[in-house]
Design a protein around this ligand. Structure first.
Ligand code: NI
Length: 403
C-alpha cells in the first residue's frame, strides 16, 4: 500500500497506477450511471445528489447547492500546505442519443454527448483515491463539480459564490476527454488552448414589396448578403494574420414567397479568437460593417452582441507541471501533444482568469472500437480506458504540486 510510505519522495509511481487501475470498474459504473441519467445545465439535480451521496460515503467534506447544483469537496492532506483545485463539469446536451448501448440515455432528448459524464466520474474517482491517501500530499485539494458548462456557464456563478476562497485556491487544473486525440495520448500546452466565445444576433429592416418592382423596396436579403460577405473581411483583412479568429454566420432567415421582396431578415452567429486583445475589436467591426452597409442601402438594423466565455489560457508554469506529469503517465514523449488548440470554447476560462492553472485534453478516441465520433454528435462515445488515466493525471498532479 502506498500509505505505508512516510513521504511522497518515496512513492512508487507504478504502485499508484496499479491502485488507480483497480478503481476502473467503479469508474465505469459511475460514468455509465451519469450517462444513463443526463441532465441539462443548472438542472443536474440527480447527478449532484449522487455525487454528494458518494462523497458522504467516502467521508469527504463537501458543500452542495453552489450555483444551484454545483458541489465543492475539500480533501485535506495530513500536513498543511498550498491549495490545488480540480474542476469537472457535469452537464449534458439537448441531443437525442443514437447509440444502442446498455447504458444509453434514459432521458429523452438529453445526452452526455461531450464526455462530461466521464469528467464527473474521473473527479469522483480522484476524490476517492486522495481521501484514501491523505499522507501523500501537503495541503488541500478542492474538487469542483460544476454545472452548465455547455451554457449559460456555471463557472462564473461558482466563483462569485466563493469556491476559490476559504481556503484560497493557489492553482487549478481540469481536463476534457477528447475524441480528437487517440486513447493513450494527452494534449497539453502553455498559453491559449481554447477560444473566446462571443455571439451576435442581428435584424436587418428594409422595406418589402413586389418581387417585380424592386425600385419601390429596400431588399433586406440583398443588404444581408452584402453584410454576410463583408463580415468575412474582419478575419481576412482586419485581424492580424498571426492571430487566429473566426466569424461564422450560422443562421439566416428571410422571406416567405418567391415573388415577394422580404421586409426584414435575421441572422445570428458566433465569434472565436485566442488573443484577449481582440476582446472588443471584432464585435465593434461587426457593428461598423452592419451599420455601414445598411446606411448605404437605406436599411436599418438592430444588433445584440454578447460575450459568453473568454479564451482558455494556461499558465506557463502550471502547463509545465502538467506536461511533466503527462510524460510520466503516457511514458512516451510522442504521446504528449502540444498541437491541440481548438476554436471550441470552455468556461474553465473564468477559473483560469482568477488563478494560474492548466486545462488539458485526455485522448479518448478508439476508432477500432467505433469510438471516434466527434463531440456533440448523437453517436458520441469514448473509450472508458481513459477514465483511469484521467484519475492518474489528477492524482499525480496533486502529488507533484502539493509535494
Ligand atoms: Ni465539453
Amino acid at each position: 500500500m502506498i500509505s505505508t510510505f512516510p513521504t511522497n519522495n518515496c512513492i512508487d509511481l507504478s504502485q499508484i497506477r496499479l491502485e488507480i487501475r483497480s478503481l476502473q470498474s467503479r469508474l465505469v459504473a459511475w460514468r455509465r450511471r451519469f450517462h444513463q441519467r443526463p441532465e441539462l445545465g443548472f438542472q443536474e439535480r440527480l447527478t449532484s445528489e449522487f455525487i454528494s451521496q458518494n462523497l458522504t460515503e467516502m467521508g469527504i467534506k463537501h458543500q452542495t447547492g453552489i450555483a444551484k447544483t454545483g458541489i465543492v469537496a475539500t480533501i485535506e492532506g495530513t500536513h498543511p500546505g498550498r491549495v490545488l483545485a480540480i474542476r469537472a463539469d457535469m452537464d449534458a446536451l439537448p441531443i437525442q442519443e443514437a447509440n444502442d448501448v446498455s447504458y444509453r440515455s434514459q432521458h429523452d432528448g438529453i445526452m452526455h454527448a461531450c464526455g462530461h459524464d466521464g469528467h464527473t466520474a474521473i473527479a469522483l474517482g480522484t476524490a476517492y483515491y486522495l481521501s484514501q491517501h491523505r499522507d501523500t500530499f501537503k495541503g488541500t485539494v478542492k474538487i469542483i463539480f460544476q454545472p452548465a458548462e455547455e451554457g449559460p456557464g456555471g463557472a462564473k456563478p461558482m466563483i462569485e459564490e466563493g469556491v476559490l476562497k476559504n481556503p484560497d485556491v493557489d492553482a487549478i487544473i481540469g481536463l476534457h476527454l477528447w475524441n480528437n486525440l487517440p486513447l493513450g495520448t494527452l494534449g497539453v500546452r502553455s498559453g491559449a488552448l481554447m477560444a473566446a466565445v462571443e455571439c451576435f444576433r442581428a435584424r436587418i429592416n428594409g422595406r418589402g414589396g413586389h418581387g417585380a418592382m424592386p425600385h419601390q423596396t429596400v431588399d433586406s436579403i440583398v443588404v444581408s448578403a452584402q453584410i454576410i460577405n463583408a463580415l468575412q473581411t474582419i478575419v481576412a483583412r482586419n485581424v492580424n494574420p498571426l492571430d487566429s479568429a473566426v466569424v461564422t454566420v450560422g443562421e439566416f432567415q428571410a422571406g416567405h414567397a418567391l415573388n415577394v421582396i422580404a421586409d426584414s431578415a435575421k441572422m445570428s452567429g458566433t465569434v472565436r479568437y485566442f488573443n484577449p486583445a481582440l476582446e472588443d475589436y471584432i464585435g465593434k467591426r461587426i457593428e461598423e460593417i452592419i451599420a455601414g452597409v445598411c446606411q448605404s442601402h437605406g436599411a436599418t438594423y438592430e444588433l445584440e452582441y454578447w460575450r459568453l466565455y473568454p479564451p482558455t489560457i494556461n499558465d506557463a508554469r502550471m502547463a509545465e507541471l502538467v506536461r511533466s506529469v503527462a510524460l510520466d503517465v503516457v511514458e512516451t514523449p510522442a504521446g504528449v501533444v502540444p498541437e491541440c488548440q481548438t476554436m471550441g470554447g470552455e468556461d474553465m476560462s473564468f477559473f483560469l482568469q482568477e488563478v494560474p492553472g492548466c486545462y488539458f485534453f485526455l485522448g479518448s478516441a478508439n476508432p477500432e472500437k467505433g469510438l471516434a465520433y466527434p463531440h456533440h454528435h448523437p453517436r458520441f462515445d469514448f473509450d472508458e480506458t481513459a477514465l483511469a488515466m484521467g484519475v492518474e493525471m489528477f492524482v499525480r498532479c496533486v502529488e507533484k504540486f502539493l509535494r
